[in-house]
Design a protein around this ligand. Structure first.
Ligand SMILES: Nc1nc2c(ncn2[C@@H]2O[C@H](COP(=O)(O)OP(=O)(O)OP(=O)(O)O)[C@@H](O)[C@H]2O)c(=O)[nH]1
Ligand SMILES: [Mg+2]
Length: 494
């Protein structure tokens, strides 16, 4: 109790003292400032202007220094993940920028070219799981075309276009794509890309939707694709079963947030082929392949209605979907470019570290990663990943990592020594060389763990990156030892 009272009194005294000192300081500063001001006013105006100019310069410098050192520069969010749609100008500007930086933008550019080539034609893509009857539906719509249909799933292994005319007489292209969910991921990928390039997707299924089918429809809706859900093989169901299934399909789409009109879900029969056994007059049986009659009238009506309803918006919606796809392609290419470039940066920093270590007079000096090479490598890698850390963050990261180097040093020396022994003919491994390899290994591990953190978080988080360095170091040391020992031997030979 007594102690508590004592502390309260002590705090009160401290507050009083602070108050007295602050008041004194304020009075002193005000007096000095007013004094200076009066003198300046009395003096020649040039002096006043020069004085004010210097004060402003000092203030600006202080603010700039604080900004550089303390304020974290926020990275621009990755444009590909914005929710608002990309415009042609946006995507072209990004392509331009990436190309100038050395990224291979050919895939993304090819998508834009293809979009331009399709500008005046409406594309309807028949899309769905393998063997749902996509090719059969196209065959029913364009009987004269040579469409391949097979009982065996995966019969369509490429993208094909067929000409068809709608009610208004306009030429429409029907696209047949491989079925999704087959053995080859490549074919699913091909189909998804082609669906993105189409104006309308006719989603073909032959029963209630499976989980992968629901996922497919969800992603088509995310790409804002106008959809018609086609329940094919309706001949296998009674009228009541068909009605129940169509209701279920509507509800499934509703559940994933899609807004589909009732008339955008149709039940049809593409026909397909059946094997029939016929008994002849002589009592013998012969097997024959017959074409089942098609019943696709409601599909034709639904397509025509959708084309009339959507009209002008079809092109705009396709454009947006393709821009998104092109942006995704660009992001992939950028990722690859970053990996390649970061490899170069790490290599060149590691080489410099090795050269530095070999030139050191006493090979026993501690491994210092906080020097010029460490800072330059961190800066370059951050720049590559679009991160703009404060200088303080870089320093903090390097100093946190440096404190972990002490523990990792015996291990990296051992790994370096072992690694060098694997090279025949170098005789007794000199201490200096081992030390240089260990030094290189640590730089290599530092660079790799930094790349990992940057690609995950998009910015330099000093403690996270340093932890990553500590946790991954032994793995990185083992993985890099041959490469870095070779590098050191090459430097030694030069
Ligand atoms: N009962 C019935 N079978 C059908 C119907 N339409 C197609 N089929 C059969 O379903 C099988 C697959 O037909 P395809 O048209 O090749 O199916 P697909 O979706 O193009 O298949 P993939 O290209 O392999 O993805 C064939 O055996 C067809 O005869 C239909 O309306 N009713
Ligand atoms: Mg097919």
């Amino acid at each position: 109790m007594k102690l508590d009272r004592f502390i309260r009194v002590a705090i009160a005294v401290v507050i009083l003292l602070v108050f007295i000192v602050a008041t004194g300081a304020l009075l002193f500063i005000s007096e000095a400032a007013l004094n200076v001001w009066d003198r300046l006013k009395a003096g020649p105006p040039v002096l006043l202007y020069a004085y004010v100019g210097i004060m402003v310069l000092l203030a600006v410098t202080a603010v700039w220094l604080i900004w550089r050192l303390v304020i974290r520069r926020k990275i621009a969010p990755q444009k590909g993940f914005r929710s608002e749609p990309l415009s042609q100008a946006d995507i072209e500007a990004r392509l331009h920028e990436a190309e100038a930086a050395g990224v291979d933008v050919s895939d993304a550019q090819a998508e834009l070219k293809e979009l331009a080539a399709r500008k005046d034609t409406v594309h309807l893509c028949f899309f769905g799981e393998v063997s749902s009857g996509k090719s059969s539906l196209i065959k029913a719509l364009v009987p004269e075309a040579n469409v391949v249909v097979d009982v065996v799933g995966g019969s369509t292994d490429d993208v094909r276009h067929y000409r068809w005319r709608d009610d208004s007489g306009a030429e429409i292209l029907l696209t047949d794509v491989p079925g999704t969910g087959g053995h080859e991921d490549r074919l699913t990928h091909l189909a998804v890309e082609e669906a993105t390039r189409a104006n309308v997707v006719l989603y073909v299924c032959d029963s209630d939707l499976t989980r992968p089918e629901v996922a497919s429809i969800r992603s088509l809706l995310e790409f804002d694709k106008p959809l018609v859900i086609v329940l094919n093989k309706a001949d296998r169901y009674s009228a009541e079963e068909q009605a129940t299934l169509m209701q279920t399909l509507l509800e499934r789409v509703d559940d994933i947030g899609g807004q589909l009109n009732r008339d955008h879900v149709v039940a049809v029969s593409a026909g397909g082929e059946i094997d029939v056994i016929e008994r002849g007059n002589d009592g013998g049986e012969t097997s024959m392949r017959r074409t089942r009659p098609a019943d696709i009238g409601v599909l034709v009506v639904a397509i025509n209605r959708l084309l009339t309803e959507e009209g002008a918006s079809l092109d705009l919606r396709r454009e947006r979907a393709v821009f998104r796809m092109a942006a995704a392609r660009l992001a992939e290419a950028e990722g690859e470019y970053r990996l390649q470039r970061s490899e170069q940066v790490i290599r060149s920093s590691t080489r410099k570290a090795i050269i530095g270590a070999m030139a050191a007079i006493s090979p026993g000096t501690d491994i210092l990663i906080q020097g010029y090479i460490g800072t330059a490598m961190t800066q370059q890698l951050c720049k590559l990943y679009g991160a703009a850390p404060r200088d303080l963050d870089i320093e903090e990261f390097l100093s946190l990592s440096q404190s972990r180097v002490g523990r990792a040093l015996p291990l990296s020396l051992a790994v370096a020594g072992n690694g060098l022994k694997a090279f025949p003919g170098i005789g007794t491994v000199a201490g200096g060389l081992v030390h240089a390899v260990a030094y290189g290994l640590i730089f290599d591990a530092l660079g790799r763990s930094l790349v990992l953190t940057l690609s995950r978080h998009g910015e330099l988080l000093p403690d996270v990156a340093a932890r990553e360095f500590e946790e991954g170091i032994s793995e990185h040391l083992e993985a890099g030892v041959r490469r870095i020992a070779k590098m050191a031997l090459a430097e030694k030979a030069d």
